[in-house]
Design a binder for this molecule. Structure first.
Ligand SMILES: Nc1ncnc2c1ncn2[C@@H]1O[C@H](COP(=O)(O)OP(=O)(O)OP(=O)(O)O)[C@@H](O)[C@H]1O
Ligand SMILES: [Mg+2]
Length: 578
């Protein structure tokens, strides 16, 4: 009826394929439960006609037993059916989450940054959760209650065809009314969900920026906005309740109407002797019993609609293009890395313009330039975090895009500008650089990065847990860990983005020495605001507003490049002050 729901069913069925055995048993059990429900309405006739009216009281002895047995079997079938369905649903949703997370990890950075991280996370956690009741609950409701309705209708029709048909004339009114009200309820519900997302966003945001909120005395402002959103949320939800309960009211009214029709026409038939009282009550029971499963079906239907919106969002992620990998195995550079007419844009404006650059194998190239010149962007093209918008980058003459992505990235060590430490121990954070590294190797790397001294002073030394709910490190300490990580990886290509910017003058000197050792016989690209690194580089590249404005040795550039002269003056000033 509602076009959106078909794909949900189809998709859920494909996803459910591995569990069809479980589902088959569950369906069988739900069939048994429905038949047993129907049999209650069926039993009314023999009990009335053959026991009470014919005064066959001997049957009364085992009748209670039959009733107990029916309810017992119905209960057991429903129990196991629900359990198995739920099992299948939970497994299926976990499968889906796993696939979704794997997919997200394969997305290019460009896709990730154009989506907000919060929304991606919400897709892995919330949207998949919204799908779970479809199989575990709503599918079951539709199936079990659908079968119950069919059985009940069949019994009513079998008992007395015309009377049953008369009672069923109220159905179309129920269906149309429920659909209308259901549509309105869904609209209000999606508004409520959006408002809840806003509420969540605001709470997280104010907690992340709590220092700012406190020092700029913004508590009242946030509280006021919070209250406004909560009130909106409440209004939407009240409307949902109004429509949902309205449709329930409709069902009740129509049930009454259906019952009244059965009483009028059926009573006439019974009095005229055209129908037995047993048939009459059997039809009446069946008609009255139909409505509560019908109500549950309509509720399940609404739930499936909500789920289909969630599934659409999940599918959107699955349809995004993944990072493209070539097939050649990458080897450590023999000749070097070459940028040929490389331009690049994140969104609108070109951030790199027509970059031509030769990074010779085994040499140190330093990038300098004002903030926002495009230095970080340039180096992030080498591990293919992004691909050039035009032009190409070659490793020993072959386009980076032709290499197997894993083998290319395996060659590269990176100490980035914004260092990220994982919620794991110090040891694990360093060992990240080389899976399977021994404890000795990790400690040796930490020593080389001048990180060992502060690590052993941490509460649990190398086993101190960092990050989220863990120990916080200072900027300089983080930097030394990141350097240790890169040292441990021992990569042929090393990218250092302001690797020593957070260090005090003494530590910087030490780390600098370590890095210089590390740079030997390695292809290194180093971005630095500090003098010492820059002057020793084999090649200096001066960038400004996305272009390379000059390149050469320190002494040459001092003579030829005005921008470099200016940068050099600030370098010297900074060095003198520290
Ligand atoms: N993920 C991104 N999405 C959109 N624009 C970006 C992104 N990262 C950087 N930019 C833009 O690209 C330009 C170059 O930024 P980049 O980080 O490469 O400069 P930088 O030379 O490293 O500067 P700094 O010395 O301050 O680190 C800037 O104008 C910046 O606003
Ligand atoms: Mg930068």
């Amino acid at each position: 009826m509602i076009p959106l729901q078909k794909p949900v069913f189809r998709k859920m069925l494909t996803l459910a394929k591995p569990y069809w055995g479980l589902l088959l048993i569950a369906i069988l059990l739900s069939f048994i439960a429905s038949v047993l429900s129907g049999s209650i309405a069926w039993l009314v006739k023999p009990v009335l006609d053959h026991i009470f009216l014919a005064k066959n009281y001997q049957y009364l002895n085992f009748l209670p037993l039959i009733v107990v047995a029916i309810f017992c079997f119905r209960g057991l079938s429903a129990f196991f059916q629900a359990y198995l369905m739920r099992l299948a649903a939970l497994r299926l949703v976990n499968d889906l989450r796993f696939k979704l997370y794997a997919k997200i990890l394969k997305l290019p950075l460009k896709e990730i940054s154009s989506e907000s991280t919060g929304r991606l996370v919400s897709r892995v956690i919330n949207d998949t959760t919204a799908l779970e009741p479809v199989l575990g609950d709503m599918f079951r409701t539709l199936m079990i209650e659908g079968l119950t309705v069919i059985t009940l209708v069949a019994i009513a029709l079998y008992r007395r065809f015309d009377l049953a048909l008369l009672a069923l004339t109220v159905f179309p009114a129920v269906a149309i009314g429920a659909r209308k009200l259901g549509g309105k309820a869904r609209g209000a519900r999606s508004l409520a969900q959006k408002e809840m997302a806003n509420v969540t966003h605001q709470v997280t945001e104010s907690l992340q920026g709590l220092k700012e909120v406190k020092v700029y005395l913004q508590q009242d402002y946030f509280l006021r906005r919070f209250r406004e959103k909560l009130i909106l949320y409440l209004r939407h939800l009240l409307r949902v309740t109004k429509y949902r309960e309205g449709s329930r009211l409709l069902v009740d009214l129509m049930t009454g109407l259906g019952g009244a029709l059965v009483f009028t026409y059926g009573g006439y038939l019974v009095i005229r002797g055209l129908m037995t009282p047993g048939d009459f009550f059997s039809v009446l029971t069946a008609i009255l019993m139909i409505f509560s499963p019908l109500r549950r079906i309509s509720r399940a239907y609404t739930g499936i609609y909500d789920a289909s919106a969630a599934l659409e969002r999940v599918e959107e992620v699955f349809s995004l293009p993944e990072e493209k990998s070539g097939s050649y195995q990458a080897h450590p550079p023999q000749k070097g890395i070459t940028f040929k007419g490389v331009s690049f844009r994140y969104n609108e404006d070109l951030v790199l313009k027509e970059i031509d650059l030769e990074i010779p194998a085994g040499k140190v190239v330093a990038l300098v330039g004002p903030s926002g010149a495009g230095k970080t962007t340039l180096v992030s093209l080498i591990p293919r975090f992004y691909d050039p918008t035009s032009g190409k980058i070659l490793l020993d003459g072959k386009d980076l895009r032709e290499f197997d992505l894993f083998s290319l990235r395996a060659l590269i060590g990176l100490v980035s500008q914004d260092i990220f430490l994982f919620n794991a121990t110090v040891y694990e954070n360093i060992a990240f650089g080389k899976p399977g590294a021994s404890r000795e190797e990790v400690i040796a790397a930490a020593k080389m990065a001048y990180a060992h001294e502060f690590i052993v002073k941490l509460p649990q030394g190398y086993d101190t847990v960092l990050g989220h709910k863990g120990f916080n490190l200072s900027g300089g300490q983080k930097q030394r860990l990141a350097i240790a990580r890169a040292i441990l990886k021992n990569p042929p290509i090393l990218i250092l983005d302001e690797a020593t910017s957070h260090l005090d003058a003494v530590s910087e000197q030490k780390v600098q020495q370590a890095l210089e050792k590390l740079m030997q016989a390695r292809t290194t690209i180093v971005i630095a605001h500090r003098l010492s690194t820059v002057t020793k580089a084999d090649l200096l590249v001066v960038m400004d507003r996305g272009r390379i404005v000059a390149q050469g040795k320190h002494q040459e550039l001092l003579k030829t490049s005005p921008l470099y002269q200016e940068l050099y003056r600030t370098f010297t000033l900074a060095a003198a002050n520290s």
